[in-house]
Design a protein around this ligand. Sequence first.
Ligand code: SAH
Ligand code: F3S
Length: 453
Amino acid sequence: MNRVYIKTYGCQMNERDSEQVASSLRDRGYSIVDTEHDADVVLLNTCSVRDQAEQKAIGKAGYLKKRKVENPNFVLGVMGCMAQNHGSSLVDRLPDLDLVVGTQKFHRVPDHLDNLIQSMNGQGPRPSSIVDLAEEAGSQNTIRDHIGKAGQVSAFVSIMQGCNMNCAFCIVPKTRGRERARPIEEIVDEVTGLAESGVKEITLLGQIVTSYGRRDFPVVGGKSPFVQLLERIQDVKGIERIRFTSPHPRGFKQDLVEAYRDLSKLCEYVHLPLQAGCNKTLRAMNRPYTKERYREIVDSLRAVVPSMYFSTDIIVGFPGETEADFAESAAFFDEIAYDMAYIFKYSIRTGTPAETMPDQIPQEEKERRNQVLLDMLHKSSLARNESLVGTTEQVLVEGPAKKGDKLVGKTRGYRNAIFDGSERLKGQLVDLKINRATASTVYGDLVLAGVDA
Ligand code: SAH
Ligand code: F3S
């Protein structure tokens, strides 16, 4: 009765929330298993950003409920964004759900499961579903006790919850609530603990990290709370690399640009969501910047670190995006020459302002625009990776590659790197002479100075 499988959909924040739920369940005596087949309890941690992600989870829940026929005590739960988005109407649609837990209630999962299982073991009728979706002040502070797993090289650390922006297409403010920051000291303690357990790379997570603590903590010496946090993490012994996702162009000020110059551990890779490269579309999306301002940020980052890598999120087929608007957006996208990009076809989200906007774009047209950007991305990422051939890149070794007997790691620019070497190198920083590249991966040979390969 106590084997739990957690399936995670969506973003890295969801991954991190699932880890947290898993660790709190382990503390309560549950065991976390790797496949749904071995589990007595399946929890789906869901995503609502696009319809497709919700449909996947609904399909999965529909499939899993059959397990109840053979095992009446099988427990099925839905957590996270889709739970928050649809609330108790989810139980109307999926009456077999035992547990529906919102984004501010992850820490309550062990109690709810205990209660469900206890009443199932009793003689009485099967308990009704537990639905827990309320807001909870301070829920961001329930994220803690994050201990690196043995051999873990890289870890996500959640620094805040929620988002106060109102992008016209986005459901996240509804599912994740208002911005709430964790205190700097708690985050630094968590990172220190991770470093002590062997973690070398930290990725700070938040929906809008550039807003981190801006109402809770003062600006000091011209530096925002987020930059102050980066400086503190730079000082944590054992941490070799710092990354974060995602900043917002509006909050990307000079102090953050200069952090790339001043903080040696901050990797020269910026994920800076663009959403559209056309001012008319940006306005319609309620994104408070212009493409010219975005370009300024890119230029100022390239001025301090010429080799800076750029990644983005961009949406094609936003309502009212004409052929000319898209052409403008695509030209801007091409001009930045992104190293990585997540290209999304606009998906209608019920309750958002864009839902009722006129001139929705047909699906085939979204597909076409998507492909145009994918082709551009392929070219720019291939060109960038090819430019690395013949150079030496620092790689953090993650471990054995999926295929063959090679090792895999990441460069500071977040390129996948594949090479020959001993598994003992896992967790180490090595130098790699690059000899071949594709759009997604670079290949090379270890530079064997002081390295026991
Ligand atoms: N601020 C968050 C954004 C979360 S949503 C972050 O930067 O991590 C992640 C991405 O999904 C957004 O940047 C946007 O490009 C995309 N997205 C959000 N709503 C969408 C929608 N309705 N249709 C298509 N893509 C969407
Ligand atoms: Fe969504 Fe815009 Fe916030 S994309 S998460 S509302 S910055």
